[in-house]
Design a protein. Structure first.
Length: 311
């Protein structure tokens, strides 16, 4: 068996299709998608610089893929990878990870593993990685009672208008998540990419305003809807559609008024009205305050994503 690793900047359309097929195969086997939304969007809308793509082949067949992001000079590079279920040999995954480390500018690397993955955890430890960050996936039944949302006086609610609300939303989002490693530095391009996704629905994107100024929002998402395209789905293999509390944010000037829980309840009611039976969300394990709020709203921990650090 001849194994090669090819380094790419921009991938060809056919290479992207092959990566999507690999991701689908891994998702079907493991029950969780091996790549985050960030990487999937990178692939779908160009797959070019500044990200680096590594393609692992054996005898001409794509059996592994890794994405390396070297743009964060403070925290260091980050990476995600997928290996074909029919080629789950530790040596192949090890070679891919060691190549990722070699490709980093300074040897520092944060490596994400999605879902409870004992093999990934074991390999990370063997290669000198330390567990650094944990994301909880929490879920709740939409059959369970939903309290009525209570908004502060003067707050009005409406839905997002494409072409009109982008700048205001980006401003509030980036202020609300200024210290967040993933959510706090969105650009107009980041938002427009998601507006072009098949799951995007402005009717499920709620904005709270006071005196005509945006002060909070709840953006919902539906995984596994009938409009999703093959090889572009969001980990929805093998189960009925599920709603997501995609992101809830409150402007720092309006915090402390229980806007977050009220907006969350509005979104959950919307997802239930669509006939969905379950809702999910992601939250940092270290964010105890957010976990307390979501627990009070009926969510419990379902799964975890783990980031490992080396260097």
């Amino acid at each position: 068996m001849t194994v090669t690793i090819e380094r790419r900047g921009q991938l060809s359309p056919e290479e992207v299709r092959r990566v999507f097929r690999l991701v689908d195969a891994v998702t079907d086997t493991d029950g969780v998608r091996p790549l985050s939304e960030h990487v999937m969007l990178h692939l779908r809308y160009g797959g070019d610089e500044p990200g680096r793509n590594l393609l692992l082949h054996t005898d001409g067949e794509l059996i592994g893929y890794a994405f390396l992001d070297t743009t964060d000079e403070v925290e260091g590079s980050s990476a995600e990878l997928a290996v074909s279920p029919s080629h789950r040999h530790a040596a192949l995954a090890r070679e891919l990870v060691e190549t990722l480390v070699a490709e980093t500018p300074d040897g520092r690397l944060r490596l994400w593993a999605h879902g409870r993955n004992a093999a990934a955890s074991s390999l990370a430890r063997e290669l000198g990685f330390q567990r650094e960050r944990v994301l909880w996936q929490m879920r709740r039944s939409l059959f369970a009672p939903l309290p009525a949302p209570e908004f502060p006086p003067g707050v009005t609610l409406r839905t997002f208008v494409v072409g009109a609300d982008e700048d205001a939303w980006i401003g509030v989002n980036n202020r609300a998540f200024a210290a967040h490693p993933d959510q706090g530095h969105w650009t107009l391009e980041d938002l427009c990419q998601r507006e072009n996704e098949p799951w995007f629905d402005p009717a499920g994107f709620f904005l709270a305003e006071r005196d005509a100024r945006l002060i909070g929002f709840h953006w919902t998402k539906v995984h596994g809807a009938s409009g999703d395209q093959p090889s572009q789905r969001s980990g929805d293999h093998g189960h009925e559609p599920i709603g997501e509390v995609y992101v809830v944010g409150v402007d720092p000037d309006a915090q402390g008024q229980h806007l977050g829980p009220a907006l969350t309840l509005v979104g959950l009611a919307h997802l239930r009205a669509k006939g969905l039976t379950q809702a999910m969300l992601y939250v940092d394990e270290s964010n105890a305050a957010a976990i307390r709020v979501y627990t009070s709203l009926g969510f419990t921990r379902w799964d975890v994503d783990v980031s490992y650090r080396r260097g």
